[in-house]
Design a protein around this ligand. Structure first.
Ligand SMILES: [Zn+2]
Length: 477
């Protein structure tokens, strides 16, 4: 069995996957992967030049064939794409928002591409779903970039991987099951994880013995804490890959200690898939700059040490429905300098959360997505909204359904305290329903704290003065 497992990885990577992807499906994924594998070792200046060349071609295409951008950029004073002579010029063009995507969906499609687009809808959990269109080439390139990034983190094609994911394996179709089996992947559903069934997750890891464990940060951290508290040891994978949520330094240290392996962080969003990931040197997340242009826009919060800014993405290969300076709602912190691995791809120091869910602790940690995970992992809660009007308190309104128990709130409060510390108080309120916005969306997080650097700094200094302790510097990996 062991020998079969060892033989399967190279067999899948070198024979089965090429036969399937290039032969049967006639996709260019492996050709693009070879291109991206070469690009990553180019010097930083060559990668910048390559990116700029791709960007110029795409800007001209948008101006010529995408009605939305002619208007959008025209209103900003542009009359010819030749006016964009540098990245600084490009950074002066207006941002593309989720609202633009919803309201101008048809006009964002390039002339001549309408009947050739694939579609996906994103962001249901934030209450603001958007649909995007993309071309077949764009999809193949995204897959290639994802394979490259997961390869850096120790999960190349065919590697035996166990996912701790927000996904119900029992709900999979036979086709999906076969697909995952062929790719040597197993999936555990993180959304039903609770204190009562932690041992079953530990048993599943021991039974499956994956080479790589991939998961959302919150469930991995909860599992690690449970293992630690119960003195339970599990099979140590060779590497652990975190996704979908900010990974704080103390979480990384915990995961590395409990699972006994290196931890790699990755960053992506459904609109463009993998944006950045860590190599073996773990000195920051390498941005896929030969595939995407990632800018960091206005500062959202300033601790005086790290300055998270809003992420603006340009997908350099989606000519069907181009995303140009798209604000995906995330915030991240840049990192200067080169990585020891020798790759020329630029670095992010950290990904710090979501701008719209910018609920935060006095220490500067963003907790929006984590809170959402905790709430929905608690049985019997059908809808929630969290509001922050002061840095010390988050008001949580809950709509209860079947299965809600009196003890649920205490468990929730305790789990939150374990992860985020004592400095933030959660106040719970019950409601029969939560009002939607005038456009029919549910805002899961509302923050009336000013995001201006000056106010944030004032909050931070007030808190530091009160607590008398050293500030935790946000996002430094
Ligand atoms: Zn590196």
């Amino acid at each position: 069995m062991k020998a079969l497992r060892r033989a399967y990885e190279p067999l899948f990577r070198n024979v089965l996957y090429p036969l399937y992807e290039s032969g049967l499906m006639r996709r260019g994924t492996l050709r693009y992967l070879a291109e991206y594998e070469r690009n990553q070792w180019l010097p930083a200046e060559r990668i910048q030049a390559l990116q700029w060349e791709k960007l110029q071609t795409l800007i001209a295409h948008c101006w010529e064939r995408v009605p939305f951008y002619r208007d959008h950029w025209g209103r900003a004073g542009m009359s010819d794409p030749a006016e964009i002579r540098s990245l600084q010029d490009y950074a002066r063009l207006p941002v593309l928002t989720k609202r633009d995507l919803r309201e101008d969906f048809e006009r964002l499609k390039a002339d001549g591409y309408c009947d050739r687009l694939l579609y996906k809808t994103t962001g249901g959990s934030t209450g603001e779903p958007v649909t995007i269109g993309y071309t077949r080439e764009s999809y193949e390139r995204r897959t290639a970039v994802m394979l490259r990034g997961y390869g850096w983190a120790g999960a190349p094609l065919g590697r035996h991987v166990l996912f701790l994911w927000g996904h119900d394996p029992d709900g999979q179709s036979l086709k999906e099951r076969l697909h995952h089996t062929a790719f040597n992947r197993r999936i555990l559903n993180a959304y039903v994880m609770g204190e009562h069934n932690m041992a079953a997750y530990a048993d599943a890891i021991d039974l499956d013995r994956p080479k790589t464990l991939v998961g959302y940060v919150s469930p991995l951290v909860r599992l690690a804490k449970w293992l630690d508290a119960h003195g339970r040891r599990v099979h140590a994978p060779e590497t652990l890959i975190c996704a979908a949520e900010p990974l704080y330094p103390h979480h990384r240290a915990l995961l590395e200690r409990v699972f006994g392996c290196r931890v790699h962080n990755t960053y992506g969003c459904r609109e463009v898939m993998l944006i950045a990931s860590e190599c073996d040197a773990c000195e920051g997340l390498h941005v896929n700059a030969d595939h995407l242009h990632v800018e960091l826009g206005d500062p959202v919060y300033d601790t005086g040490h790290a300055v998270p800014r809003e992420v603006l993405i340009t997908d350099l290969h989606n000519y069907g429905m181009p995303l140009m300076r798209y604000a995906n709602g995330d915030i991240a912190t840049e990192k200067h300098g080169n990585c020891a691995c020798g790759r020329g791809l630029p670095l992010l120091a950290s990904v710090d959360g979501r701008r719209m869910d910018a609920l935060r602790t006095p220490e500067g940690h963003f907790v929006g997505e984590f809170l959402e995970f905790l709430v929905f992992a608690t049985p019997g809660i059908v809808r929630f909204q969290a509001a922050q009007h002061s840095i010390e308190t988050i008001e949580v309104t809950l709509v209860r359904g079947d299965g809600f128990e009196a003890s649920s709130l205490e468990i929730l409060r305790e789990r939150f305290r374990e992860t985020c510390g004592d400095s933030t108080r959660l106040n719970f309120h019950f409601a029969d329903d939560i009002a939607l916005t005038p456009t029919g969306k549910l805002r899961v997080a509302i923050s009336t704290l000013s995001c201006s650097a000056a106010t944030a700094l004032t909050h931070a200094f007030e808190w530091i003065a009160r607590s008398g302790i050293e500030p935790v510097v946000m996002g430094v990996v």
